[in-house]
Design a protein around this ligand. Structure first.
Ligand code: NI
Length: 138
């Protein structure tokens, strides 16, 4: 059975709509509606994430690019993950080149703790780029 669909009208400045259509086309969306549905879902997930109570389980990934030659940093990253072994589900490590590593850490746990771990790791000296991507566990 097909899901019921609601139609609604929105007011938007023409230049914003033009930019939106350009981005939709670049991303390969077949229709404006599908892009709007995805944008709304992302908006709702972000909102839900911000409202998580400490007893609500969430999932997320931390992506880090860091200096391979900084051995103290590599050791610190491992220590932080071992200390949170109950929340770290998996880690992917890629040796980007002779001196750069990419690491993706998959986490599941209380939102405040996942966010705090991400903040600690991303702010470490020698981490060149870091980002937490959050999602709902449910
Ligand atoms: Ni490496």
């Amino acid at each position: 059975m097909a899901a019921r669909i609601e139609r609604f009208t929105i007011s938007i400045p023409p230049e914003l709509l033009t930019t939106f259509d350009e981005v939709c086309a670049a991303k390969g969306y077949a229709s404006r509606s599908e892009a709007v549905r995805d944008a709304i879902r992302n908006y709702l997930v972000a909102h839900e994430w911000g409202l998580q109570a400490s007893d609500t389980e969430v999932v997320g990934t931390i992506t880090l690019v860091y200096d391979h030659d900084n051995h103290r940093l590599a050791s610190r990253l491992l220590d932080e993950q071992h200390a949170r072994h109950d929340q770290v589900l998996s880690t992917l490590h890629v040796h980007l080149d002779a001196s750069n590593c990419l690491e993706v850490i998959v986490l599941r746990g209380p939102a405040p703790e996942v966010a705090a771990l991400a903040d600690r790791l991303i702010s470490l000296r020698g981490v060149k780029h870091g980002r937490l991507v959050t999602s709902s566990a449910g």
